[in-house]
Design a protein around this ligand. Sequence first.
Ligand code: PGA
Ligand code: ZN
Length: 441
Amino acid sequence: MPAITAVRGRLVYNSRGSPTIEVDITTDGRHTGRAVAPSGASVGIHETASFPDGGVAASLQILNDNAGRIYGADPGDVGAMHGVIREIDPEPGYPKMGGSLAFALSIAAAESAAKSAGKPLYRLLGEQEPLASALSSASASPASKRYRFPFPLGNILGGGAHAGPGTPDIQEILICATGSDTVQDAIRTNLEVHSELRRVLQESDPGFSGGKGDEGGWAPKLDNEKALQAAARACENLGFTLGREVSLGVDFASSTQWDASRSRYVYDRAGFENDPGEQIEFASDLISRFKLIYAEDAVHEEAFEDMAQIRARFPDVLVTGDDLTVTNAAILEKAARGGSCNAAILKVNQAGGLHDALEFAAAGARNGISLVTSHRSGESTESHISHIGIATGSKMLKVGVVGGERVAKLNELLRIAELRGGDGDGDGDTEHDLIQGMAEL
Ligand code: PGA
Ligand code: ZN
């Protein structure tokens, strides 16, 4: 059994310049895995808190005090690593160590184990239980051919909590190259649309500075409607038909607008308010007119029944929970029972550690809910989520289009694509290979 022989943590910075934690784990004295915890700006109320009181320093102290428990553990068994983490912090929500430490420890361990075993991280993760069983019973295709590429889903225009005053209230307008047959083409197409959108925005406002939001989407001074029109125009200028070669998506991040004391969604930048019924109509209207393939958090994070209404109206749209489901398997089960969504965002750090996130993925597979593995707005230049997206059978990988910390994930997909030659990874083992082509949407 491989065993952890060194562990070390340090304070580093994320893409927003905020302090976070990085953990290195070494297996058998030779194979080092490293992970940096990301962080969100539009954080769900049921998400795991990133750090305990005392911030990164307090998490580092816990790591140093408990290093002895980590030495000797099997880094390749995500469940066993979870057991070690739970010995350190048994309370739900990781109040002692913070979700960021659970994230960094569990991912650094898995990466070091994958290096030690000489296999890609997505394979090591895809073999973990209960995920492997849940995926193979959910999949119509043989288990040996279940890995496919998720469609990259990228932020092309940002507002809300990711950009400043004057930008749209809705948080993200997203592009997905739904007509692409290969991951290379899908990435290139998203880049073309992002670039054409800048031209469209500059044409209508010569004062547009080219400023971007936290995730690399353009941040123009436009309301929701005009922003979506500009995105649609960029696609059409390139000769694409919405719903065919490319499709648009929206992350409404509606909890940002929700004023619980008045039971109203307040769109203060555009200057209107919606009651819950009007919000359903508002979101439905945008989904229909812009032929959205993807609608995330179209209502606030506790409106399970309102989500179910949207879900029922649009069976072919990925009606997706993010703040609604917060990568929590129990909440996902509840959403599935109520028919609230047919897709859910998987962000490891919403849950805490990797084991929690893989349990969520297994719950998604059991309930027929499509997964969308996602970055956070405050990111690192690492690319573990490209592997997590493949391992969990995600339909989409929401990682942005441009910016070093976003492109890092896309570039990793391109590297993984090279493993497809021959039997998939070149090691003579035909099990669990990645097959040609994209996930089925
Ligand atoms: P966050 O936003 O990472 O800032 O929370 C991303 C999202 O809401 O999908
Ligand atoms: Zn979201």
